[in-house]
Design a protein around this ligand. Structure first.
Ligand code: ZN
Length: 191
């Protein structure tokens, strides 16, 4: 089922997600619905806060390019093909960041039409659980590490605009204010 994506201005986007303690059908259904929602919105990552649930869960799907080799990464110490591990549902992630910071233009499904450069470390190690509760570890860099950090931030209630340099943010401010007003009007209409 495709869910509504929460928009900037909704309080749930600023909420830190509660740790997941029950690995049940309800959790797996939510993860499946989030993957469906991410696909419908043509995104590559979606956090639980973006469907209105503040828990430690995100989903992601890196694009697979037929004519390009898979990016370098390790999944539980191996290198399975990308299509075997994507879409990926990540529960209770813990990150160890490494590498120098690099800039990249990011977007976010909760900020339609708004994109901006964000500096982030280029490499990371993530320990997490799948929706059955099994522990895993991913070591990656590039876009893989970028998406993980963006989604991990959502789980802490941190948004990509919070990480933008003021020089990047300033030209986006009027668009962001307009979005927040539209969200407030939507929420008032619902009340
Ligand atoms: Zn986002």
């Amino acid at each position: 089922m495709v869910l509504r994506v929460t928009q900037y201005g909704e309080p749930v986007l600023k909420e830190k997600g509660a740790p997941v303690t029950e690995f049940n059908d309800e959790l797996r259904k939510l993860a499946d619905d989030m993957v469906e929602t991410m696909h419908a919105a043509e995104g590559i990552g979606l956090a639980a806060q973006q469907v209105g649930v503040a828990i430690q869960l995100f989903v992601m799907e890196l694009p697979v390019y037929e004519d390009e080799p898979d990016p370098e990464y390790q999944y539980d110490g191996k290198h399975p093909p990308l299509e075997l591990i994507m879409p990926l549902a990540v529960v209770n992630p813990v990150l160890e960041l490494a590498g120098e910071e690099a800039g990249y233009e990011e977007g976010c499904l909760s900020f339609p039409g708004i994109r901006g450069n964000v500096d982030r470390p280029t490499r990371l190690r993530m320990r997490f659980q799948d929706t059955e509760g099994n522990p895993h570890e991913i070591v990656c860099d590039g876009l893989f590490a970028r998406v993980i950090q963006h989604e991990y931030d959502h789980l802490q209630g941190v948004l990509f605009i919070d990480r933008m340099h003021p020089k990047v943010l300033r030209p986006l401010e009027s668009k962001i204010r307009r979005l927040r007003r539209a969200t407030r009007d939507f929420l008032k209409g619902k009340a």
